[in-house]
Design a protein around this ligand. Structure first.
Ligand code: SAM
Length: 243
């Protein structure tokens, strides 16, 4: 079956996203490595470098899923700091929590089931917020960005790591071929779940490009917004501050 992603209304999109991540949770990490040829690790490492976290800081890893960024932040902020891994999906949270526990990461990480559109934290709470490969799954992105802006401390930094628009036509072609033909096929072969990976391809295609997302962040009240393209713009890291 086909998700008919482009025509469904907001509630249906939320249900569908929930279905996808319940379905992929236990295989999520391995599929990330397979489908990105391991490159997602570099994108995430670069995001951590740009975040500029320091010991004692309070970090929100939003749509944190299985906790790759949380694990890295946990080491940096140390015992005087705190990382909150927030995700709407309890299957992803469960996989994340047990993975981090196995790595011995326990004391400075907290897990919260929350919708990015209405974050359950007081104003001015976090020094850094990251949302990695999460924003495109959110139904109301403007509400989510406004909510992130609200819970950032003044002086705090938001980093949005997300698929974006390749800069060169040849890359666009190769990438479309890969994501629309290969992705669902590999998803079917390895995970017996073509639908989820078809959703992945479509959600990437629908996501706002670099300049549009920059404008949305500014609209949400973030300042000095810029972005860095990675892998020819297949992925972009947007940064913005709250002052
Ligand atoms: N950040 C992790 C990473 O980079 O590996 C996980 C990314 S995964 C592709 C997307 C995550 O976004 C899923 O865990 C999903 O449950 C979560 N998500 C989707 N919609 C959300 C929402 N409205 N609020 C919070 N999390 C959401």
């Amino acid at each position: 079956t086909h998700f008919g992603y482009k025509t469904v209304d907001a509630d249906k999109k939320a249900d569908m996203v929930a279905g996808v991540f319940h379905s992929v949770a236990t295989r999520y990490d391995i599929m990330n490595d397979v489908l990105s040829f391991g490159i997602h690790r570099l994108w995430k490492r670069f995001t951590i470098e740009c975040a500029g976290a320091r010991p004692g800081m309070k970090v929100l890893d939003l749509a944190g899923g299985t906790g790759d960024l949380t694990a890295k932040f946990s080491h940096i902020v140390g015992e005087t700091g705190e990382v909150v891994l927030a995700d709407i999906n309890d299957s992803m949270l469960k996989v994340g929590r047990s993975k981090l526990r196995d790595k011995g990461i326990v004391s400075n990480v907290n897990y919260v089931q929350a919708n990015a559109e209405s974050l359950p934290f007081p104003d001015n709470t976090f020094d850094i917020i990251t949302i990695a490969f999460g924003l495109r799954n959110v139904t109301n992105k403007d509400a989510a960005l406004a909510s992130m802006q609200r819970v950032l401390k003044p002086g705090g930094k938001l980093l949005v790591l997300e698929f974006s628009k390749p800069k060169h036509a040849i890359m666009t072609k190769a990438y479309d071929l890969y994501s629309f033909k290969m992705l669902p096929m590999i998803g079917k072969m390895i995970a017996d779940d073509a639908d989820s990976y078809e959703y992945l391809a479509e959600s990437i295609r629908m996501h706002p490009d670099q300049e549009t997302l920059k404008g949305m962040m500014e609209q949400a009240g973030l300042e000095q917004v810029d972005y860095i393209n990675m892998t020819d713009g297949i992925v972009a890291l947007h940064r913005g501050y709250k002052f």
